[in-house]
Design a protein around this ligand. Sequence first.
Ligand code: SF4
Ligand code: SF4
Length: 114
Amino acid sequence: MEGMIACCGLNCSKCDAYLATQTDDNAKRQSVAKKWAEQYKADIQPEHINCDGCLADGKKFFFCLNICELRKCCQEKNNDNCAVCDEYMCDKLEKFVEMAPQVKEALEQIRNSA
Ligand code: SF4
Ligand code: SF4
């Protein structure tokens, strides 16, 4: 079972924003916002930490909803994720993999099981 794999290959079911949302845990929202604000050098506040996952209906973290190029591209191409794309692995995805190497493993796993 691959869990809730986002367009980009991240596992939403292990994402701190997802976990804080599902347990409605404000202390966790605060610590995640602080961690991500430092990590991504962005203005991320506890109230931003609300997400039901990349492919789910419902709340989404603003980065994944409005900014993530991979998600936008998947939606345009009607792909559930980049693993099923005929342009795999494109430059956009390669750049993301440099920052988040774990997604390559997840995407390869999907490709190998297809
Ligand atoms: S879509 Fe939501 S749950 Fe998935 S990685 Fe992004 S913030 Fe986390
Ligand atoms: S072109 Fe790249 S970013 Fe777009 S869906 Fe395909 S692999 Fe993902």
